[in-house]
Design a protein around this ligand. Structure first.
Ligand SMILES: C[S@@+](CC[C@H](N)C(=O)[O-])C[C@H]1O[C@@H](n2cnc3c(N)ncnc32)[C@H](O)[C@@H]1O
Length: 284
């Protein structure tokens, strides 16, 4: 593992995460409740709805072989497996996330459709052309070397395969306040512009299919989380199950900082869909 990757994995390796999730999501008989789990296991702006929108926009057929690049604790991979009746492979740097993703899939009864591996997206342990499609949600902010990231994804996609990115991207020159959900300080943060993603993808031989700015959805999601948190605090209730639980003790500060940067239009959540051309297309 590269030195920076060690630090990124340490950042995400929240102590006691498994116990926190099980305590909230298990019912009296020790079964996992999928509606509670789904509020927690999608570690990106917009949660489950954002994942469903991204997958819908990819236009994949049922049974597609899909890779989730930087899969976290597996929420998006499980959703994709369900929506597409597909087998989904998740790859992530953070060992604890990968182990937990496996356990959660098994316990929710979806272990046969998802598999998770530890590894870096910059050196993927997969064969050339192994996947029909790939998706990546809120991962590029930790990756300095975007040309290598795109080259690796292009390598493991079959010709004609698609790659959907949904990341937090920079939309102004003003730097955000830290900590943020993906980094405690600027040293682990590589938030970039949509233009730099497109350039890196095109250098890897991918073509841009479409780009959609999800700023309004991201802002609405953060506003709703903030309103619910304030209501519950005022009523003396514990926090509602939510993505903040995956962010550790300083989650409120991380969410406040990203909320501020989104509302000020310094950052946005943007989808970009790419496609790897087939060999015939490249000749023309
Ligand atoms: C904000 S989380 C998003 C997780 C997941 N995509 C989701 O939306 O629920 C970012 C994830 O990227 C992973 N990550 C960051 N850099 C990585 C790298 N170089 N290789 C693999 N995974 C990486 C982290 O371990 C973390 O799980």
């Amino acid at each position: 593992m590269r030195e920076i990757e060690t630090h990124v994995a340490e950042h995400y390796d929240v102590k006691g995460l498994r116990e926190t999730i099980l305590q909230i999501a298990e019912d009296d008989l020790g079964r996992l409740q999928s509606d509670i789990l789904e509020a927690i296991d999608e570690f990106h702006l917009g949660g489950a709805a954002a994942t469903a929108r991204l997958i819908d926009g990819m236009g994949l057929g049922q049974g597609s072989r899909l890779l989730d690049v930087g899969c976290g604790i597996g929420g998006p991979a499980r959703r994709a497996a369900r929506l597409l009746d597909a087998r989904v492979t998740g790859l992530d740097l953070t060992e604890g996330f990968v182990t937990l993703a496996e356990e959660l899939s098994d316990r929710i009864g979806e272990g046969g459709q998802t598999e998770f591996q530890q590894g870096s997206v910059l050196d993927m342990p997969f064969e050339d052309g192994e996947f029909d499609a790939a998706m990546m949600l809120h991962v590029g902010m930790n990756i300095a070397d975007k040309p290598r990231l795109f080259a690796e994804v292009a390598r493991v996609l079959r010709p004609g395969g698609v790659f959907a990115v949904y990341d937090v991207m920079r939309t102004s020159e003003t730097p955000p306040q830290y900590p943020l959900p993906w980094a405690p300080s600027p040293s682990l943060s590589f938030v970039d512009t949509a233009q730099s993603y497109r350039a890196a993808a095109m250098a890897a031989g991918l073509e841009v299919v479409k780009e959609i700015d999800r700023h309004a959805e991201a802002e609405a999601f953060l506003d709703q989380m903030r309103a619910i948190a304030m209501q519950r605090q005022a009523a003396g209730q514990p926090p509602a199950p939510g993505v903040g639980m995956v962010m550790g003790a300083d989650a409120p500060q991380k969410l406040a900082n990203i909320g501020q940067a989104i509302r000020a239009h310094h950052l946005s959540a943007i989808e970009i869909h790419f496609r790897k051309p087939g060999p015939q297309e490249r000749l023309t």
